[in-house]
Design a protein around this ligand. Sequence first.
Ligand code: SF4
Ligand code: SF4
Length: 233
Amino acid sequence: MKKSEFTLEDIAGAVDENFLTGWCRTAELEEASYLDEELKIGLPNVVSLAYPLAGEVFNTFDKYPSGVYQNHYRTVNNFLDLEALKLSRYISNLGSNALPVPASHSVEPFCGHLSHRMAAMLSGNGWIGKSALLITEKYAAKVRLVTVLTDLPLSGRKPEIPFKCGDCRKCIEICPVKAIYDDPQEFNREICYKYLQSLIKRDIVEELICGLCIKACEGANHHGWLKSRPSTT
Ligand code: SF4
Ligand code: SF4
């Protein structure tokens, strides 16, 4: 007999175990940000997946994104799309419908099909930091995101994670074009985008990437106290 409700645990096994997973309602996502007309196909739930970037890749550059970082970025985005496809197929086999929404392949100046980071925040995978990136508790900003829309009946949501940037200003200080402010709402997407375009024009990279605010971010560990704290377990 077909189950009437599924939890994240029921579907998480379809993807790599290192994913952070969560889900929210499509209507909430639309209300909080936007949903492309093409995605308004009656799928009420959103599954958000966040995959960690390799930490070592951030040691390959200081000022400008390295070729290694660019290739890693491409590899992870391709992996995300394949994993979202796998999850969608898994959900189809459970008897429901699912649509993988392609991973964002750049920092969009205006809009993509939906906001992967807003979906991730509403799904309890992290908070939107001062840099306007999704900040996770486990990997800080060093993640890439993908989203699957589905009508699989889901239950057991994770709570949203509150804003935890506190007095950290690492991303503000490192941004070469001063696009980041203390209020994430004030993030200047246009200035950031123009800078990313300039890196392409100068033949530094071929993708709209910079990586400095991602590299600098330590998330809620921004004082470094977690690293030095003696274990209590
Ligand atoms: S990607 Fe680069 S330019 Fe854009 S906000 Fe981050 S540090 Fe600034
Ligand atoms: S670097 Fe600090 S202020 Fe910026 S997003 Fe990360 S935790 Fe927040």
